[in-house]
Design a protein around this ligand. Structure first.
Ligand code: SME
Length: 153
């Protein structure tokens, strides 16, 4: 099992590098998590445009995706933009409202990112393993998003 405490500590250190802009820092976090956690095969941050009701991919690690812009309501990510709730998917093939980015993906977790109470985006992680994510991942990613909101937004 992942050592969530040391993952969080290292991610926080990546958030305070003085010379990097916020999306460069988020990219560093994506690269780090994808490398460190075996089942995290793709890690990305989508940010919300509330006027357009769209999500925009701003940082990621893993295979490039065609889905850099996702309308609110579409796919797992788009549903989280509206629900404001965590979404853990054990088996993506069982989901009707799902956007496939890579045929190897079997499970997914999306955790909203709140700044001053507003859902401004989300972290999205895909795994090539079925049922890869638990409530421990959700808790860790909530803590990470809280730290990101405090430092960057
Ligand atoms: N699977 C997501 C789309 C984003 S990709 O995973 C990178 C969804 O259904 O919203």
């Amino acid at each position: 099992m992942a050592d969530y405490s040391s993952l969080l500590t290292h991610c926080k250190s990546l958030l305070v590098q003085p010379t990097r802009d916020k999306f460069a820092r988020l990219t560093e976090i994506c690269i780090y998590l994808q490398k460190e956690v075996e089942v995290y095969d793709w890690v990305g941050f989508y940010m919300a445009n509330h006027a357009e009701k769209t999500l925009h991919l701003k940082a990621f690690a893993g295979m490039p995706t065609d889905h850099e812009v996702i309308p609110f309501g579409k796919g797992i990510c788009g549903q989280v933009a509206i629900s404001n709730d965590n979404f853990l998917v054990d088996d993506v093939s069982a989901q009707d409202n799902y956007i496939a980015c890579d045929i190897h993906v079997k499970s997914e977790i999306v955790i909203p990112l709140f700044s001053k109470g507003v859902n401004i985006g989300q972290i999205d992680i895909d795994s090539n393993k079925i049922k890869a994510f638990t409530e421990k991942d959700a808790k860790f990613l909530e803590q990470l998003n809280t730290a990101i909101a405090e430092k960057l937004f």
